[in-house]
Write a protein that binds this ligand. Structure first.
Ligand code: FE
Ligand code: FE
Ligand code: ZN
Length: 277
């Protein structure tokens, strides 16, 4: 079964997101846990969650992916910013437990000049403080474009974080097609080679989700600007290969392309037509 969806707005609650997903023929979706620039999350509304769960069951919607705010930086230089990251992630995971067995994705962080190794240590330290044995939520590290001082633009960096986390069975990877291409992994020319490298360094069983995006910038540009499907440097043939790759095709795919709901509906329809069952 093709698991395809996109990023949806959480502002009207879970049931509203479920209805949006149904409207655009999505069976998975991503949402921000709170304002992507930070700030408090809305109180959990259990009635809304129950209504959403009924709708999700009826329509076969699963594999929810919550995305942490962009301002969450586990390896910020200032202690109060790291504290914000820790409190936010702990709160986000607790909230995700209202919808057990789903996923939470975050950008590993930017070391802001402190160095990659120091960044990796701080990211692992935060995870060691917030992960707990009973949680059912899988926490995903997102592959990054390697922009500025971002950690996570290399598979080795993600591996190093995982190696330092005690409850590493709670960790997985979200593979962003725009980011990895911008980071210098040639998924256009050699997808098999990139996945073999991923498998060797991190292990393919860690791979839990794909952010399916085209890129506005060329290979290895270290930029991170998403393009609509088929209109960027990756192009439709490459993205078709990605969704049909035997090691990827059973994973959930989430579009984060610059679109409103109608645009997402068209991209989902296009991709459904290209998916080989
Ligand atoms: Fe992201
Ligand atoms: Fe992404
Ligand atoms: Zn991005």
């Amino acid at each position: 079964m093709f698991k395809i969806g996109c990023h949806l707005s959480v502002s009207n609650g879970y049931l509203a997101m479920g209805k949006d997903a149904v409207k655009i023929n999505a069976n998975v979706f991503q949402f921000f846990t709170r304002n992507p620039r930070g700030g408090a999350a809305k109180a959990i509304n259990e009635k809304d969650i129950e209504a959403f769960q009924a709708l999700a069951k009826e329509h076969g919607i699963a594999d929810l992916l919550a995305h942490a705010p962009y301002t969450l930086n586990p390896c910020a230089e200032k202690a109060h910013l790291r504290q914000f990251a820790r409190e936010t992630m702990a709160d986000d995971i607790r909230r995700m437990e209202y919808l057990p067995g789903n996923m939470y994705n975050f950008h590993p962080g930017s070391h802001v000049g402190q160095g990659t190794e120091a960044g990796i240590d701080m990211i692992a330290e935060l995870l060691n403080e917030v992960l707990y044995p009973e949680q059912t939520t899988m926490v995903l590290l997102e592959t990054m474009a390697g922009k500025g001082s971002e950690v996570g633009g290399k598979f080795e960096e993600l591996r190093a974080i995982i190696d330092k986390v005690m409850l590493s069975e709670k960790l997985g990877i979200c593979f962003d097609t725009c980011h990895v291409y911008d980071a210098g992994y040639d998924i256009a020319g050699d997808l098999d080679g990139v996945l073999a490298e991923f498998d060797r360094i991190i292990g393919l069983p860690r791979l839990r989700a794909i952010h399916l995006n085209d890129s506005k910038n060329p290979y290895s540009s270290h930029k991170d600007r998403h393009e609509t499907i088929g209109n960027g440097s990756l192009g439709i043939e490459v993205l078709k290969t990605v969704i049909n790759h035997p090691r990827l095709k059973q994973l959930p795919f989430y579009l984060e392309t610059p679109n409103e709901l109608e645009g997402y509906a068209r991209e989902i329809e296009l991709l459904r037509g290209l998916y080989e069952t």
